[in-house]
Design a binder for this molecule. Structure first.
Ligand SMILES: NC(=O)c1ccc[n+]([C@@H]2O[C@H](COP(=O)([O-])OP(=O)(O)OC[C@H]3O[C@@H](n4cnc5c(N)ncnc54)[C@H](O)[C@@H]3O)[C@@H](O)[C@H]2O)c1
Length: 457
């Protein structure tokens, strides 16, 4: 039986030494992976699962996607992508060649040799980890677990999840990890909308429950991904992801606080950051903004603080950054009030256009978007709100279906204030400035423009 913990090895794929002797089950799985005859299943076909399924299918594996969302499964089966970063042409070709299939039926797991779990990990109403999706998916995997299977959790989660939550579920079957089946955690680091880095060229961190588990997972990813980084345990891999996202949250919190201070001191924070970023070492630019958004940065650090609390430890940086970042949408609304005030108007009764409701530039994802908080707060203060976003044609908001307002001169002139909340590259910012009565710029989209109509964050 292999030792329970492998050691962290070289950061480049290809550098992991093959063990002198592998258990027959591990050996059989390795042969299937290397010959591409292993059947792969990806559970959860969203922003993470679909690109991963497509990469493996393009590597020549037969990949079965399983999702509880019947509409997504129908679209995939028809060869259509619903994720912007995944071209429909790629999906169609893979569906036609039979390398990619999708289903809502978990019985299909019976045929799987490898299962990647990519389901959501949101927060509960109390802002604690909501593990219900991971548990539901893992129970299905447990039902169909059989000797020789490799199970990898990719959903972002607190350190200890794989060992404490998933492993007992799978071992209840009587099968033994590292001998009969293999279990690992590998965080997904995909950055939607990033044209340079994608599932294939972002190094993949992998931590298995046993050394054999790590080796099996590393071998799988090496078939397609450019770099694989084995670490000594699932806990390390789980913590890596939370460190990365906490690092972003804390640094954004710091720069948001500096932005608030700079405003008080009448210093242009954007100019400060740009100049500071010329330092060739020891400084990494982060930018202020209207608040955190997306499925990761506003949520993941609270997985860590929850785990810390359970261990009697207080994560003060996380709480403080959460507090500062959480105040930013209200601060933006104060800037709207300032913009209107300059022209002798009140928020109540004014017409405000929020420009960009996706949580970041050049994507269509509105999850946790600070624009939604800004819209909500403006409504509470009596403003009439509309929005414009080239990537979000309609928006369910406060029980109404809003439509994206086209950015024409006539439309822009209808509003008392325009809030630039997301700087999509395709937005004609010069046109916005030319026709808007007042603009609150939270993204420095109007960099270099001088006008009394602009209020900058
Ligand atoms: N979106 C990102 O940029 C990103 C980046 C890195 C990591 N992550 C993490 O990856 C995980 C997945 O995120 P996502 O953005 O892909 O989510 P998503 O909501 O886009 O996709 C999740 C999919 O899982 C499906 N699903 C839910 N419960 C299921 C179940 N029991 N069985 C099968 N399918 C189920 C949903 O229908 C959905 O299609 C999360 O833990 C997230 O934190 C996301």
């Amino acid at each position: 039986m292999p030792s329970r913990r492998g050691k962290a090895r070289s950061a480049r794929s290809g550098a992991t030494r093959r063990p002198a002797k592998r258990h027959p089950t591990a050996d059989a799985l390795a042969r299937k992976i290397e010959s591409r005859s292993a059947n792969l299943a990806v559970v959860g076909l969203g922003y993470v699962g679909l690109p991963l399924a497509v990469e493996f299918a393009q590597a020549g594996f037969h990949v079965l996607g399983i999702d509880v969302d019947a509409a997504r499964v129908r679209r995939l089966t028809a060869g259509e992508s619903y994720i912007r970063d995944v071209p429909t042409g790629d999906v169609r070709a893979l569906v036609r060649s039979g390398h990619l299939q999708a289903t809502t039926d978990f019985a299909a797991l019976k045929r799987a040799d490898v299962v990647n779990v990519c389901v959501p990990t949101p927060l509960s109403k109390q802002r604690d980890p909501d593990m219900s999706f991971v548990l539901a998916a893992s129970e299905q995997v447990a039902k169909h677990l059989r000797p020789g299977m490799l199970v990898i959790l990719e959903s972002t989660t607190y350190p200890g999840t794989t060992d404490e939550l998933i492993l007992p579920l799978l071992e209840k079957t009587g099968l033994k990890v590292g001998r009969d089946f293999f279990l690992a955690f590998s965080p997904e680091r995909v950055d939607p909308g990033n044209a340079r880095f994608n599932t294939r060229n972002i190094p993949k961190v992998v931590g298995g429950v046993t050394r054999a588990c790590t080796e099996a997972a590393v071998l799988l990813y090496r078939q397609r991904l450019e770099a694989v980084v084995p670490v000594s345990s699932p806990q390390v891999a789980e913590m890596v992801k939370l460190l990365e996202n906490t690092f972003r949250s804390v640094n954004i919190g710091l720069v948001n606080e500096i932005a608030l201070l700079c405003r008080r001191l009448k210093i242009d924070v954007w100019e400060v950051i740009e100049a500071a970023a010329t330092k060739p070492f020891g400084f990494m630019p982060f930018y202020p903004g209207p608040g955190l958004g997306g499925h990761c940065i506003p949520i993941d650090p609270f997985y860590l603080s929850w785990k810390a609390r359970a261990s009697g430890f207080e994560t003060r940086f996380i709480e403080l950054a959460g507090h500062i970042n959480g105040q930013m949408p209200a601060h933006v609304v104060d800037l709207v009030a300032e913009s209107l005030n300059r022209r002798g108007r009140a928020v109540r009764g004014s017409r405000v256009l929020v420009l960009g409701v996706a949580y970041k530039a050049d994507i269509d994802d509105i999850r946790e978007s600070p624009s939604l908080d800004i819209l909500q707060t403006l409504v509470e203060r009596g403003a009439h709100v509309e929005y414009s976003d080239p990537y979000v044609p309609t928006l369910e908001f406060a029980g109404r279906k809003l439509r994206s307002v086209p950015l024409t001169a006539t439309n822009l002139k209808r509003f008392d204030c325009v809030v630039i909340a997301t700087a999509h590259r395709s937005i004609p910012f010069a046109t916005v400035l030319r026709h808007a009565k007042g603009v609150v710029d939270t993204r420095n989209a109007l960099k270099g423009k001088r006008s009394d109509a602009i209020v900058r964050l």
